[in-house]
Design a protein around this ligand. Structure first.
Ligand SMILES: NC(=O)c1ccc[n+]([C@@H]2O[C@H](COP(=O)([O-])OP(=O)(O)OC[C@H]3O[C@@H](n4cnc5c(N)ncnc54)[C@H](OP(=O)(O)O)[C@@H]3O)[C@@H](O)[C@H]2O)c1
Length: 290
């Protein structure tokens, strides 16, 4: 399959590129310098010359707190961008895969709720979640041959590169080397996910015709505090992690208290669930460059 990979130098795009190439696809990697998804004319010109069978869109505006100050920018990248891609794919009869987020689920459920399924009604709270939810709607309504995949808290090695934007694991490692004590939020439950494992799952999903909405995260769940403790244990860093509340942390954007995703719809389509998060984190840390 000929695939236009948008956001090819981001965290997820960087793990997708080699996997798509080694499974025999003809991949055209597109960085932000190569395509501007918010500009319909540019999208039509660039992708018109690529003529893909599938557009795989990993590009997004991911600055959750900053989105509260610049909601128009977030909406433009996360909603108008995917809409441009969906329209073009529908016209050209190309397939589209688009990535979304657990942040489409706002505060409606408490920490004792069951994991969210694809059939649950999403009610985003913050501007980032709202922009991503709007993007999902455009893709699903305008492009019938589309996959929309919601995931959570991505971490990939591309975050380490020059110009990389970092991720939670890298932030903890940096702070853990500088401090002996850290305060980490313990009342948000979700499943941060390795982009390597997500990329493996997406490569399997695009090989099917099972279009639709999916949840895809590593298995099991944790709070950010639990995640931080496991990072320090595996990295052999002696850091005391003090649990605090979301209110004490005081981030600008609201975040879901519980955004664990039920991934049981995806598992049979790709022959099994994504690995457990402990295993994913251990492999990520083991693959760190020395
Ligand atoms: N990161 C997370 O924790 C997380 C959690 C849940 C879901 N997701 C979703 O997963 C997907 C992949 O995330 P990621 O962490 O791999 O993102 P990432 O590392 O930030 O990569 C996104 C890429 O998109 C490019 N891009 C941004 N705006 C663009 C535009 N207007 N036109 C074209 N390219 C543009 C970026 O280029 P520049 O950097 O040069 O602008 C970057 O290469 C996104 O849809 C995201 O919303 C992420």
């Amino acid at each position: 399959m000929r695939i236009a990979l948008i956001g090819s130098n981001g965290q997820l795009g960087s793990d997708l590129l080699p996997r798509l190439q080694t499974t025999g696809h003809d991949v055209v990697p597109l960085r932000h310098a190569d395509i501007e998804i918010t500009d319909a004319a540019n999208v039509f010109a660039v992708l018109g010359s690529v003529q893909p069978d599938l557009i795989l869109n990993t590009a997004a505006y991911n600055l959750v707190d900053k989105a509260e100050d610049e909601p128009d920018v977030a909406m433009s990248v996360n909603a108008s961008g995917p809409q441009n891609l969906a329209r073009l794919c529908a016209t050209e009869k190309w397939r589209l895969m688009h990535i979304s987020t657990d942040y489409v689920f706002g505060e409606a459920a408490g920490p004792t709720s069951r994991p969210w399924t694809e059939l649950d009604v999403a009610i985003p709270t913050g501007r980032y979640g709202l922009s991503k939810w709007t993007g999902e709607q455009f893709v699903q309504k305008e492009c019938p041959r589309s996959f929309v995949v919601r995931t959570c808290g991505l971490y990939g090695l591309a975050a380490l590169r020059d110009g990389g934007k970092g991720n939670f694991v890298e932030t903890m490692l940096r702070l853990g080397r500088e401090r002996q004590q850290l305060r980490v939020v313990d009342d948000q439950r979700c499943t941060p996910t390795s982009t390597a494992d997500l990329a493996d799952a997406l490569v399997k999903l695009i090989a099917t015709d099972a279009f639709g909405l999916y949840h895809a995260t590593n298995s099991d769940s944790m709070t950010w505090c639990e995640f931080a403790r496991e990072i320090f244990r595996l990295a052999k860093l002696d850091v005391e992690v003090i649990p605090i509340s979301t209110v004490e942390f005081g981030a600008k954007a609201k975040r879901p208290a519980y955004s664990v995703l039920d991934c049981s719809k995806l598992a049979p389509v790709i022959d099994g669930p994504l690995p457990d998060w402990h295993d994913a984190l251990a492999r990520y840390l083991a693959s760190h460059p020395a």
